[in-house]
Write a protein that binds this ligand. Structure first.
Ligand code: EPU
Length: 352
């Protein structure tokens, strides 16, 4: 079978930010054989490889990708029930939210809080996607991948994935593996997870909600923050959270509190304990408390009107403008609070 090879393919329409140049070559990878052939072809051409799936967490440079883009499109969901548990194997190219909707409809608990997240299933272990009190590390049992160094298929058990907050071994070595499939264990007829304050508060004083009700509520919350893809939403072109929430020592957190007081910031500093010595401070709060405003615009990019952690492209812009604006936001935070923000999306063909 010849490789499904295309040339000079615009990448902007394949990302939720709708920014960036073209791929020199693009190969649609719908099965493992194509993946292996595509990687060999890229090596023969001495071309760098970029693995692209849903494009929802990706910033592509204005010059595009001077190499081969592998568009991951393997599909398939299989499951096996044992007692009150179900093991689900999901191919990397499955759209994540369709998977969540499917599992919730079956009454399988474990993914309900991860509703409405754009992107594909295979991308979720890389940065350990999390939201509203759940993260994929809670339910993943194994990741099937192609190891580009040994040129072999490998199955990595959950404990070997090195999961942390928005982190995994795969994120630290982005060029060495391609995720083929993930395996999850869900709870048949299980209770929903109500751990995130904003979510659990909406059910206070009521009977325990079903997982379907929790999915609906999470979708409502996300919609209110423009964090679901809606063609009519003016904030729709984004990569979700643009920065991770910094984890700082308690000393640094005290400095943040003192600086906030000095600058007359009205809202208290939100802090979430991580361990005895560290707390997490929401990057959205730091951005607003350092003087940036929701809806603030810099040409064709700006801050979402609904959430201070989403940088939005209004159309007709450039990646360079987006990165410049993101740096302005990060510099304001650094100057006022001495805290460094780190971008959450993957950067390709452009540096942070
Ligand atoms: N906040 C502000 N201004 C805003 C929004 C939020 O000051 O405009 C402050 C508030 O104090 C709020 C706190 O930030 O209580 C937390 O906000 P939110 O609950 O919206 O969550 P987040 O920390 O901004 C994280 C994830 C999201 C995930 C939500 C819900 C990261 C980087 N982001 O956002 O994930 O949906 O929690 O669990 O951890 C993503 O990764 O792309 C993403 C959207």
């Amino acid at each position: 079978m010849p490789l499904p090879l295309e040339h000079h393919v615009p990448l902007a329409p394949r990302t939720t930010l709708e920014l960036g140049g073209a791929a020199k070559h693009l190969i649609d990878v719908s099965n493992e054989h194509t993946l292996i052939d595509a990687l060999r072809w890229a090596e023969g051409e001495n071309s760098p490889v970029l693995v692209l799936a849903g494009g929802s967490n990706l910033v592509i440079g204005d010059e595009g990708w001077d190499g081969v883009v592998l568009q991951i499109s393997m599909r398939g969901i299989e499951h096996e029930c044992t007692g009150d548990r179900v093991r689900v194997r999901v191919a990397a190219g499955e759209p994540w939210d369709e998977l969540v909707a499917h599992t919730v409809a079956q009454g399988w608990a474990g993914l309900e809080c991860l509703s409405g997240i754009p992107g594909s299933a295979g991308a979720t272990p890389i940065q350990n996607v999390g939201a509203y009190g759940q993260e994929v590390a809670d339910v993943i049992t194994a990741v099937h991948l192609w190891d580009r160094r040994s040129e072999q298929r490998r199955v990595v058990s959950k404990d070997a994935c090195g999961f942390g907050y928005r982190d995994s071994i795969f994120k630290r070595e982005p060029d060495s593996v391609v995720v083929l499939a993930i395996e999850l264990e869900l709870h048949i007829g299980g209770e929903p997870t109500l751990r995130y304050g904003e979510l659990s508060r909406s059910f206070e004083g009521r009977n325990s909600p079903t997982i379907a009700r929790v999915r609906d509520r999470v979708l409502e919350l996300r919609r209110g923050k423009s964090m679901v893809i809606d063609p009519d939403d003016p904030n729709r072109r984004s990569a979700g959270s643009f920065f991770t929430n910094p984890i700082v020592t308690r000393d640094v957190a005290e400095h943040v509190v003192a600086q906030a007081r000095r600058h007359g910031v009205e809202r208290d500093v939100p802090q979430y304990p991580v361990d005895d010595q560290h707390v997490k401070i929401p990057a959205a709060w730091l951005i607003e408390a350092s003087g940036s405003r929701k809806g603030e615009r810099h040409g064709a990019v700006g801050l979402s009107t609904r959430h201070a952690l989403a940088i939005v492209h209004h159309g007709g812009g450039k990646t360079s403008q987006l990165v410049e604006f993101a740096r302005v936001l990060a510099d304001r935070v650094q100057q006022r609070f001495g805290v460094q923000l780190r971008p959450e999306p993957v950067f390709a063909g452009v540096r942070w």
